[in-house]
Structures are given as structure tokens and as C-alpha cells.
Design a protein around this ligand. Structure first.
Ligand code: F6R
Length: 243
């Protein structure tokens, strides 16, 4: 695992965007799995602006979803699908046939999981996965205690995830379960990047980097990744022993 500490959120985002742009420039049909949430938002803004400036074409890139809130419609601005459409797929003009996302409204969620596992296999695996980290150490919706051997699955969300998740929604929203890629997908991605910024992430980043690798803190699994990167800003790094 390689740890990169950037002076601020802007630098972190520019560099994470560079990774995405370089991946697609060198492999136009790369398979990307990109988290939603606040952490990578500026990264995606840079991807959109820089792809135009540098003429990097995303029309052949493939996208697979990381996770979705179960029971939330894609028209809800708090859904992962809405976020990705708005911040990436529409501005990058990604064709819908190149996008594989979970349907959180499906009546057959297990089938959704199998469909996603199959899609990733058929695409030849994930080239680049960018994830945020929850204050409880989750990656995607792999909550503490998750079976690390799982691929896509449904999971009961911890109370903290349900509470923090309210920030994505315009009104109080009942959140109970998530549908998510598993830690096996994360470990098998050719490159995996954890991004985190701000003091609010300092305590969990310290645990992710310094405490023993364990499913009680899913983010520690980045240290088992064969090509894992941790991109954080100085604030998120502020509790690390050496920073
Ligand atoms: C979102 C996701 C979550 C978030 C995490 C951090 O697709 O998978 O694991 O990455 O909860 O969220 P932010 O970035 O909003 O702090």
C-alpha cells in the first residue's frame, strides 16, 4: 500500500482525477468503479474539466456501481445513481449501455448482486476502483464485521451510516440496508484507491493505517491490496503517528 498525503483537498482531488484520466487515456475501455459521497466530488469535477481540456474520451470506458441505498429510487438526489449521472455520466457523455449500476428498488436484490458479479466478470474485472471511507471504517457499504470473502451482497447498515447518510438527502429519509460490491471486488481490482479528506476522517484514517488488518475496520483491507493507494489530505492525516 502506498500512502500519499496531499497538502489539501484540492491537491488530493487533482491527483485522484489524474489517476482516472491516465487510466482511461492508456486503456480507453477501462472498467471503473467510482464511489459517490462528498470525498470524491471534486475529483469528478476535475475529471470532467480535464477530460475536455486534454481531449480524453470516456465513450469506451465502462462503469460499475459500488453501492446503492436499498429502497431509494434513482430519481432521488440522494441515490448513488443520481449522483453518478449528474457528476460523471451526463457531463462525460457515457452511453447507458456502458453503465452497470445496482437497482436499489429491485424486488430481487439477490439477482441484482449476481448480475453485478457477472457483469464485472464479463468485463474482465475492475481496472480502477476509487472508494471513500465511512467514519466507522466502511468501504462501499461493507460495514464493520462484514465477511471479507463476499462479492456483491445486501447488508444491514449501521446506525452511524444511516445517520451520516442523511446529509445526501434533502429531507429525513429512512435508510436501512445497502447493496454493495464486496471486499473481494475491492481486493481484486487492479488498482484500488481510498480517498479521505478533512479532520472528520482523521480518527478512522489512523485506524485504517495503523491498527491490525481486520474486518472490524473494513478500510484496513487496503493494506492487503496488491496495488493499493491511500490519498488523503493533511487534515485526514493529522492523527497518524508519522505524517
Ligand atoms: C458511497 C460509499 C460510501 C462513502 C463513505 C464516505 O458510494 O460507498 O462508503 O464513500 O460513506 O462518504 P463521504 O465521502 O460522503 O464522507
Amino acid at each position: 500500500m502506498k500512502l500519499e498525503i496531499f497538502k489539501n483537498y484540492d491537491e488530493l482531488s487533482r491527483n485522484a482525477a489524474k489517476l482516472i484520466l491516465e487510466t482511461v487515456a492508456s486503456k480507453p475501455n477501462a472498467v471503473l468503479c467510482l464511489a459517490t459521497g462528498d470525498s470524491p466530488l471534486l475529483t469528478y469535477q476535475y475529471v470532467v474539466s480535464e477530460s475536455k481540456l486534454e481531449g480524453i474520451d470516456f465513450s469506451q470506458a465502462r462503469f460499475v456501481g459500488l453501492d446503492e441505498w436499498v429502497g431509494i429510487a434513482p430519481t432521488n438526489p440522494g441515490s448513488c445513481k443520481f449522483y453518478l449521472n449528474k457528476n460523471l455520466f451526463e457531463p462525460l457523455h457515457v452511453h447507458s449501455s456502458h453503465i452497470h449500476l445496482f437497482d436499489g428498488l429491485s424486488n430481487a436484490l439477490d439477482d441484482e448482486c449476481r448480475k453485478m458479479d457477472d457483469a464485472i466478470k464479463n468485463l474482465g474485472g475492475i481496472d480502477l476502483m476509487i472508494v471513500g471511507v465511512g467514519v466507522n471504517g466502511h468501504i462501499g457499504f461493507n460495514e464493520p464485521g462484514v465477511n471479507p470473502g463476499l462479492y456483491a451482497h445486501i447488508i444491514e447498515l449501521e446506525e452511524i451510516t444511516r445517520i451520516v447518510g442523511q446529509k445526501y438527502f434533502g429531507e429525513a429519509t429512512q435508510l436501512s440496508k445497502g447493496i454493495t460490491l464486496g471486499l473481494q471486488h475491492f481486493l481484486e481490482a487492479r488498482t484500488a484507491v481510498v480517498v479521505a479528506n478533512g479532520e472528520k476522517k482523521a480518527a478512522i484514517i489512523k485506524k485504517a493505517i495503523e491498527s491490525p488488518v481486520s474486518n472490524s475496520i473494513p478500510a484496513t483491507s487496503i493494506r492487503n491490496h496488491h496495488n493499493g493507494l491511500v490519498y488523503i489530505d493533511r487534515e485526514a492525516a493529522s492523527q497518524l503517528v508519522k505524517n
